[in-house]
Design a binder for this molecule. Structure first.
Ligand code: 5U1
Length: 680
């Protein structure tokens, strides 16, 4: 049996590498992450019991187990160049004219490859006989730093090239970036742990790549996109840059999906406009587009001038950082009482959007920036990332600046502000007597994934609290139509509708109810885990920290937040008041509910638009029946429910032979499994 181990290890590595390729290069995940993780674990365990089988190219060998002492220097065999810039259409027209003049091209239209210019860090990857042997930074273009250990942690960089046309040597160059989503999550984690907040994704990517401890780099959401080949041996050099990128892609290295061949200046300009209009949706920062002459012989003919090639140019986008003046700092109180300083700015256009507010995170960040009211500051804004103050332009500081002082009492309710030892975030101690916390707590309570009170938007909650019609969520259920009809944007009909949806929302589930209470760090998934584990609100209320720690998804911090929440008498009063107001949910005894549910072990995917059920309701029913609900279709999917206008997921299900049902069949199935559909 043990003879099969090497074969099994090889097969697992092959499978994991194939899935990574599908995920990163083809952008077409083959299996859910959990399945990847399961096989990874199998491989890891096999390698642990057979250490002689561990090899550097194994997917388990991406992260080192001790920090490096320093980075070695690397001499680039081929210099890493920079690019000339075009700041407007005229610059670009001039670039194209110079190229046609030099090439004496009779053709009017030179073919170019147009690519987004990613705003990250240029990196060189050297592969010998298909193995990644070196990763290096650009440095000064001639000498960079050896960051091999760091680049190995980036999952979109293969440790081994794919296919059977592997070059004996290839040096691939490209950009390492941190996508917006990962950047926001990283800064949130940094903020919560009191660590340094990164000014923008480029700085975060640079800081992560220059970590001597690769275990830290491995936790940073870095991605790689290839854009050129500096050395190639052992396979024929293609004729065009585009074919070169295709070769790179065929070797399993990701190339940006936006790359296009364009002919002549007009096509270049429309590419520029198209990318610019989608800039905020790409998910990572770009600072322009790059155009390169496609024909590699022509590139050679054109050559270089000083440190930049004549055959390429970067057409710059409006900057994502601008300077403005900090007019004031206001302190916002959130749902959990956290005090967040918000910069009120002299309005400034950043990347085409007017910015007048920016987050300052916390007092530590204000001190780190050495910020004063009246300072000139650099603002960064991109995508969905909330604009932020990057730094102070100290050279412009006048004598008229004033210090920023954290309030000692809550700006909303006047209660004391408390800053726990070692914490960066100060909090109002007013709890539900603080209108800011009341409002935020009620908005959360009413939201779609919580109690789903149709027609009760954020604005209306603010009006109800300001008019002193309600102070807690329980008060919502004593509202009468005549009290609210006539309020701002509230006619008799909408008032009656709202009362009706309040009435309907009284019947809920234990998971929704627990989620709706707004306990710190108790999101949908934790609420579901709590409800499955305890079966009743009382059992959650009575649970010790130790008992809470037995719930999957609950760690010591969350457990302490849950305990703290149920120790506050005002919270217990609100829960009782909600029960008294007729809010109900089904409870069960977990000891009797250990048998598997009808869909345990199955993975379902919902796609297209459903007309009878909402997507959330459908998901809730499936979870209640024990199924997992996934976002993408793979060979592991048990069942796809396809609503109207279902697109690529339906196509994929058909291709993979996964069973598909329409909404009517789905509803029949739910009924058959004992689900009573909620009305509406
Ligand atoms: N997309 C892209 N970015 N970028 C940066 N292509 C590209 N090419 C570059 C640079 C510095 O240099 C070429 C000279 C290969």
């Amino acid at each position: 049996m043990s003879n099969d181990v090497p074969a099994k290890v090889a097969q697992l590595r092959q499978q994991l590498n194939d899935w990574s390729y599908r995920y990163y290069v083809l952008d077409d995940p083959a299996v859910p992450d959990a399945e990847y993780d399961r096989l990874y674990r199998q491989l890891f365990e096999l390698e642990q019991s057979h250490p002689e089988l561990i090899s550097a190219d194994s997917p388990t060998q991406r992260v080192g187990d001790r920090p490096l002492a320093h980075f070695d220097q690397v001499q680039h065999e081929v210099a890493m160049l920079s690019l000339d810039n075009a700041f407007n259409d005229e610059d670009l027209i001039g670039f194209d004219r110079r190229i046609r003049d030099r090439l004496k091209a009779d053709a009017d239209n030179v073919a170019y490859v147009a690519e987004p210019k990613l705003d990250g860090l240029a990196v060189s990857l050297l592969y010998q006989n298909g193995q990644l042997v070196r990763g290096a930074t650009r440095g000064d273009g001639q000498t960079g730093e050896d960051i091999s250990a760091n680049v190995r942690t980036i999952r979109s960089i293969p440790l081994t090239l794919r296919g059977d046309n592997i070059p004996s040597l290839i040096e691939i160059r490209g950009e390492v970036v941190m996508p917006h989503e990962g950047f926001a999550a990283l800064n949130k984690r940094q903020e919560e742990s009191g660590a340094k907040i990164f000014a923008n994704p480029r700085n975060a990517a640079a800081g992560s790549l220059r970590q001597l401890d690769t275990r830290i780099t491995a936790q940073r959401p870095l991605e790689f996109y290839a854009y050129s080949v500096a050395q190639l041996e052992g396979v024929d050099m293609p004729e065009t840059h585009y074919e070169l990128l295709e070769l790179v892609r065929s070797l399993g290295v990701r190339v940006n999906a936006e790359v296009r061949v364009c002919s002549g200046v007009d096509e270049l300009l429309s590419f520029y406009q198209s990318i610019l209009s989608r800039r905020d949706q790409l998910g990572y920062d770009i600072d322009g587009v790059v155009y390169k002459v496609n024909n590699l012989i022509w590139q050679n003919t054109l050559g270089f001038v000083s440190k930049a090639p004549r055959w390429a140019i970067a057409h710059k986008f409006p900057a994502q950082e601008e300077i403005t003046v900090l007019r004031d700092v206001e302190w916002q109180v959130g749902r959990t009482g956290a005090l967040t300083p918000v910069a009120r700015l002299e309005p400034v256009s950043v990347g085409g959007v007017t910015v007048s507010n920016a987050t300052l995170h916390n007092m530590d960040e204000i001190q780190r920036l050495d910020l004063r009211i009246g300072d000139s500051v650099v603002i960064y804004r991109a995508g969905d990332v909330i604009p932020k103050v990057v730094r102070v332009v100290t050279e412009r500081r006048s004598t008229a600046v004033s210090d920023i002082v954290m309030p000692t009492s809550c700006p909303v309710c006047g209660s004391e502000i408390f800053l726990a030892e070692g914490e960066a975030i100060a909090r109002c101690t007013g709890g539900l007597i603080c209108a800011a916390q009341q409002k935020e707590a009620i908005k959360h309570f009413a939201s779609r994934k919580a109690m789903d009170i149709d027609g009760l938007g954020d604005k209306l909650v603010e009006v109800f609290v300001d008019q002193k019609l309600i102070a807690t969520m329980a008060d919502l259920f004593s509202l009468r139509s005549e009290q609210i009809a006539g309020l701002e944007r509230m006619g008799e009909k909408s008032a009656a509708n709202l009362i009706e949806s309040l009435q309907k929302s009284r019947k809920t589930t234990l998971q929704r109810f627990l989620f709706s209470l707004g306990i710190r760090e108790v999101g949908e998934a934790t609420a579901l885990a709590l409800s499955k584990h305890f079966g009743s609100v009382q059992a959650v209320m009575d649970a010790s920290e130790e008992a809470l720690l037995a719930v999957p998804d609950v760690g010591p911090v969350v457990a302490s937040y849950i305990r703290h929440f149920f120790m506050q008498s005002h919270n217990l009063e609100v829960i009782q008041a909600l029960r008294d107001a007729g809010v109900t949910w089904e409870e069960f005894d977990p000891a009797e509910a250990s048998e598997p549910q009808p869909l345990t072990g199955q993975t379902w995917v919902l796609t297209g638009s459903l007309s009878v059920l909402t997507r959330d309701k459908a998901k809730e029913y499936l979870l209640a029946l024990g199924a997992k609900v996934a976002g993408s279709v793979s060979a592991k999917t048990t069942q796809v429910v396809a609503g109207d206008a279902a697109g690529s997921k339906l196509e994929k299900a058909t291709k993979l032979g996964v069973s598909v049902m329409d909404e009517a069949a789905f509803i029949d199935k739910l009924k058959e499994l004992g689900i009573t559909l909620d009305e509406g």
